[in-house]
Every structure is written in structure tokens, then in C-alpha cells.
Design a protein. Sequence first.
Lengths: 377, 360, 248
Amino acid sequence: MDFGLTKQQEMLRNVVREFAEAELAPHAADLDERGEFPLAQARRTAELGLVGIVTSPEYGGSGMGHLARMIAIEEVSRVYPPLGFFLQVAPMGLYILETAGTEDQKKKYLPALCRAEKFIATAVTEPTGGSDPTAMQSTARAEGDGWVLNGRKVFITIGEVADLVVVVARTDDKFNAFLVEKGTPGFEAPRREKHAGLRSIPVSELAFTECRVPKENLVGQEGRGLAVALAAIAAVGRTGVAGVALGVAQGSYEAALKFARERKLYGKPIADLQAIQFMLVDMNVGIEAARLLAYKAAWLLDQGKSPREAGADIARAKLYTVYLANDVAAKAVEVLGACGTTPEYHVIRRLRDGLELLAAAGTQQIMKVIIGGSIVR
Amino acid sequence: MSVARDDGKFCQPTGAGNRIAFRRQNSPSELWVWAEQRRGRLLPVSLELLGKARELAPALGAVPAAVLLGQGVEEAAGELFAHGAEKVYLVDHPLLRLYQSDAYADLLARLAGERGPEVILLGATTLGRELAARVAARLGTGLTAHCVDLYVNEEGRLVQVVPGLGRGTLWEYVCLRNPQMATVKPGVFPVPKGDPGRRGELVRVPCDVREESLRARTLEMAEEEPAGVSLEAAEVVVAGGWGLHAAGGFEPVRELARLLGAAVGGTRPAVDRGWIPEELMIGQSGKTVSPRLFVSLGASGAMHFTTGFLGSGVIFAVDQNPGAPIFEVADVGIVGDLRAVLPLLIEELRKRGIHPPPPN
Amino acid sequence: MEIVVCVRRVRDGAEPGRSAIGPLERHALEEALRLKERFGGRVTALTMGSPPAGRALEEALAAGADRAVFLCDARFAGADTLATARTLYYGIRRLGPCDLVLCGNESATGATGQVGPQLAEFLGVPCVTHVRRLEAPAPDRLLAERALEHGHMKVEVRLPALVAVVKGINTPRLPTVWGIMAAAEKGITVWNAEDLGLDPHLVGLEGSPTRLVRERKTEFARRKEIFSGPPEEAVKKAVARLKELGVL
């Protein structure tokens, strides 16, 4: 069993880390404070090939794979988790198009999405609950030469900045997915949520009122819309969240370690005091374990396993890494003592970001439902 | 490109003696200093090296000499004699008014080939380093850069001392061939006392350099306002903290920085007092620097400040409180009233020959 | 334009986020890539060293170099700047005619700044060092702004030439994912002394006229030599100590 990364993956890690240190670190606290979407930085990730990293080069992607993507997201999130979260959510739409879209749809949208000239969001969750998608109330009825959408979606990440949204809606007892372009009459983003963490990433409500979309905008086979979206959430969203969690944990741990090496009490660094050292050890061991779980899930996808086949592994990865990230971030705050909650030391914003991961790409409880289903049956 | 060089011209070990005997018989050997001048004014480093040459000459059985290239620079030869040269080779030509990479290298290398000096020293200025490197390669000899000390060993060879890798290491080199060449940074050796009455032998060397042969041509040279070195790039940083208010303010930091050619920085309290802008703040919420020398004046050394410079080569701190945590991270420190210590510090540095870096 | 970039690897091992290429060499590579984008041609990355130095070449290929050549031979070790310059010269000679050699003004460690000018001597071409701005008014002529301590010189140089660059001349590009994947296809050519037709006595330690004869160590931890008492004495002692430490 080879635990090593390939040379390309190592080089990718180095490049993304350098990018994060040089271009994200100086602005992270400020962007977080202002709660503004980091448009320039998002475009930079596209320039480097990170947005389309699992998209085929045929459509403008770089096609390096899921493990490479996870490494890239981890490195970005180590410094600035919101941008890592962007890299988690944006490729979902690309994945949907590449796996279920028509050739025309792929050629029309993918290259611009890979270049971050346009952004895409995925809208499934409704007030009836993201964990219970089949209870959704939004409808899509066939009419004339297209479809008409009605309904409300909530907690849609980058929904208000996206140029395109993949919307899943009910048609009788089946579900369809549609591409809706920003500016389409009847499509609005009326409200933005105010979240405690990932403050630069807008999460919004989307409203559809007699919104007409042409028939070419149906994505995937009729009736298969929800399945397509859920596969993308598993393969891309969930693995992405695991990557963000790894980055949050790693960044928090490094901040705590640095502080503990420099801060002196009783004449020596607090890192030499067992009480503190053991906390650092717990963080260290937890991150190593989390990383292996997360990398394995991504690796399975690269080996050709479908999102369904790798479903339990992906759920394990997300479940474990997100709890771990929250734990490490909280421990880091503790190690820093009174400095832990001040902005200069950058651990408190990571703790806030970590909290947002609990419900992202499926709640922790849904992860357990998935895993439970796989072991009990 | 792809001139096939005949390797016979380069680096043929000469056998047992390891000395290239192309100097004239029956003349004493010479220790040369390249006298760098800009706009007709000698750089202090040229005099510093001359002082050292004078010191080393007896042990080498050599005569200290200087090589002066330029246009209308004969007056400077007098200064070279005054500071220890017994001989000055002067090449005075309009083409040499500005440093010309090809011409200077050609002339110095040819002269060295003809006269066979034992040692050639050059200041490790941006021009000196380049010239030294080319001439050394042309002569097939070794060159040691940025020496912090020079001495002659029992075998009569020049030992060239440079900082090693990692703090606290020094490496000593010897060159197996002649001329033994070394560059030395300005300010390492003191400027010797000049004796205006001293005279020496002036050798005028004809210059046969033609303009067409200058493949890289210096068109112009321009002076710039030393706008202040950027913090991150600076080799020396002087930072001030809250304690300076007792010494009347931030001016000592700037004065010391000017003297050392250093960048200026400070603590958060210094920013709050309006002494420095935010960009010059060092520490957790400011810049991280790792210069060769970091000087802290009047800062107690709280962790969010020191974390910004722990990677520095040598840390020198001055503060009035003997228990200040800055002394835990300092290599050298002075405890005392800043009002008294700082002026004395500046005076002592001047006496020791520290002076502001040369303008062009 | 045929451009060769001398790439030197950073000596202190691999660390995530640390480029394997020395900082000034990255500026040299970036300048080469820009000239190629402008005039067409080919960029070859060249390095000399022991096997880990290959990482620097992989990175150069990922950033956009077309070819990479590794001069690798245990006998090259221990070289001073003269022997290094000679080895690189033989490597460039084997590559064939080129118009421009770009290198960093000095390496991150060692930092002598000598290899560039010495390599130019072997090649028989003019050199301009400390270049902080490079203009190419024509494919056979460069206009360089050469930094001085407090100022600059404008130098016009005819190609072929060697140019050594300093920080600030450009912003080195990061390799993209596409570049990283393409690099694997390009491959690295490895040459030893025999491949270069180089007499081993002229390179490495044997070919170096300068020899390290002694290493002296002083303490590593912070010295904490704190002087108090009458200010004049404390100041004298402190300054003397700083002089001894070689920082004044």
C-alpha cells in the first residue's frame, strides 16, 4: 500500500500553498471582516486550473482528479476557508453538466465556468429541509416549448452571485433539474443569510415565480434530476467539505503550535508543558487520521468508483473531518488563552468557519444515516 | 553563442608550486586593491581595503598597490597614496568615465596577467562583485566573496574568512593559485588614517580599449534618493518601541538606521503614537523580518512583537528594564536609560568607522 | 529566441509551499518565459547538482520551460564558483547555439553572485548583472536597468549575452494544474561528465582553486550578552561584541 502522493500531487500542494500564503493570507482577515465575496481570488483559482480540476480538458478543465482537488481545497482552506468552500461548491454544477448534460450544454457552459468567467450554484434545499429532499415543494410543469418553475430554495451557496443555477424541482412524483440563468424573468435572489462563519461566501434564498426556461435547459434525463444532483453533492460537495475541514484543522493546529512554541510561562514555552502539549498531540493525531479517511474517499473516486459505490466512504470522510475540524479549532482557541478570540491570531475565524461545515453538503446526522444504511443492510 | 573555448587557457593546475609564475623576476610581489570610484570620488571601501592591504603586506612580502580606472581621476591617486598605497596603476581614458563591464575587466585582467600580483582585493559592491568574478575567471583563479576577515597563514597564503551556513559558523578559504582574489563588504574593515604627506609610485598604463569592443555598454548612471530600504528586504532593521518616549521620541531610531543603512520599523505603540505608519509595524499583526542584524530600541519585547523577528541573524536590544523579555531573545543587549545610552551608541559606532552607505 | 535559464535548487530540502527553485532563479525563469512569449523560441532550464536538484527542473517545466537538462555527476560536487561556471558552460555548449542565458544574480545560499559573470567569461559573451528591468527593443539587443546601491545604470547589450536578474524585475508565475500535468510529458535529460566531454579533473572539488580549510563554530542559541552599568562602558562592550559577530 503506497501512502505517497504522486510527484504531480506534491507539486500541486506546493503551488497552491504558495498561492495561499502569497495571495490569500494578507487579505484573509480583512475579507472575512467585510464579508465580501472574493471575486478576484476566485478568478485566480480558475487561472491556476483549480475550479475545473475534475473537469475534462476537453471542456476547459484540467482533469487532475478528485484527490488533487482535495489537496488543493485543503491548502486553500488552511489559509482562507471561504475560498476553499467556493472550490467545494462551484465544481458541483460543473460535475452535473459533465456527467448528465448534453454535448451542447457542456460546450456552451463548461469552458466559461472553468475560467470563472461565470459561476454556477446548485439549488436543492428548501424550507421543507435539505435532509429530506423528496419533500420539496418547488414545481416544474411542462408548458409549450419549455418548463415553468415555481418555488423557493434556501441556503443556496453563491446563489446570488451565480450566473447559472441548477435547480431541482418536482414534476408530479418525479424530479427534474434545470439550468436557470441569472436575469431570467421570474428568478430572484430576495434575501441573503447572515451566517456566523464563511462570511465572505453569500448564502441566499432563491425565488422562482412562473419562471420560464427553454426545454434545452433540462439537465439529464427526465425524472432523473434529483439523483443527478445528489450524486454531485456526494462526489463533489461532500469531498470538498472534507477538504475544507482538513484545511481548517491544519490551519488552526499550526497557529496553536506556533503560539505554544513562542509563549513562555514559568520560564519555558508552553509547548513544553504537558497539559498544552497533549492538546497539540490530540490535534496532530486527529488530523492525520482525518486526512487518511478523506484522501481515501477521493482516491476511490479517482479509481473509478461511482459516488454511490464510494458513498459510505465519502460520508465517513465528511463526518469525521468536520467534527475533527471543529474540535481542533476549539482546542486552538483554548491553547491561545485570552488571545484565542482576538482577530489577530486568526483562530477564531477558523472556528466560526468550522461550524458552517456541520450542515454543508448534508448534515452530520445524514452522514450517519448513509453509513448506517451501508453497514446494516 | 557557443564559442569553443580552448580549455588550455583556463585553470591548468601548474604543478607543485601552485603559483603561476608570470610576474617579472626581481620585482617585489604586490597586493592590489581595486580602487573603485564613482564620479571621480573614491568609495570608502577602497580605502578600507587599502588599510587592510597595508596590514597584510609584510606577511606576504608584498607591496600594497591600487589600480585606479576612470577618466580624470588622477587626483584620487593622491588619496590612495595617503591611505597606504605604495604604487598606483592609473588607467585614465574617456571611455572609462563610467564603469564599462568589458573594458574594466579586460584592463584589470590584462594588467594582472602582466604584473602578477599576489593578491587582488575588491570591495563587494555591486560593481566590484561583478568585476572580481569576471577577472578571476579570466585568470583562472579562485575568488572568495563577502569576506568578513582576512589574514595570512604560516604557509604565507591569504586566508579568506566568510560567514558559514547557519548562525555562528565561519568558513576559512584558501586559494591554491595566484592571484588570490577576494571581495569584502563595505564597512567590514575600518578606514585607515590618511597621511597626506605620503607619496608613492604612479604608473600610468596606456588604455587601448576601443568603443566597438564594448559589447555591453553603460549608457548612463543615475543616482537615486535612498527612499529607505523595504523592511522585508533589509539586511539591517532598527525598530523602536514605547520606551523611546523617555528619550524624546523616535528620532534615534531614524538616526541609527541612517548610519547603518537600515530599514526602520516599530511596535504597535509606536504606530499608535504616530511615530511610524502601520506598514512599518513589526510583529504578529505586522511584518515579519529576518535581517542579518535586528536592533530593538525601547521595546520591552512582548511576544506579539518578537514573533516578527525571531528569525534574525543577530538581535541587539536596548531597554531600560533589566527584566524586559526582549533580553531573553537578544544576542547582545544594553540595559540603561535610553536618553544616555542612545547618543553614546551612535557616537561609538561612528568612532568605529561605521558610516552611512555611499551614494553614487 | 533560444534561451537557457540556469536554475539553482534551494538547498534546504523540500517543504510544502516552498518552491524548489531559488527565489532569484524564479525571476530569471519568468523573464525567459516572457521573452519567449514575445519573440517565440524555446526556453531550456539547466541545473547542476545531485539528484534532489531535479525537483527544481520539474517545477521549471511546470511553469512553462520547454526542455530541462540536469548536469548530474558525483564528481561535480564540492565545486567553487569557477568550477561550477565551467560545468555549466560545458552543458550549454552541448545544448547548441543560444541567444541568451538568464540566471539569478546570486543563489539564496552562498550568495556570491559570481557564477553568472564567470559563466559569461567561459561562454565569451558580455554580461550584465543586478538587472532589475529588462527591455528588448529588438531580438538581438537588450536594454537593461542595472541596480546600484543607491541608483542604477542603463546598459545596452548585444546578444548573445548573459543576464543576471534581481528581485523586483517581475512577478514569477505559479505553475497551473495544466502546466503540472504537461511537465510529466516533457521529461528531463541527464548528462554526466562523459556526456559533456568534460575532464573530471577540471570540475568539482578538484577543479576548484578555492578550498575550504577550516570551519569555526560559535554558539547557536541566543547569546544573551547583556551589558549594564555605566553607559559608556556598556556601549563600548556591546559595539565591540557586535563587531566580533560580524554584523557591523
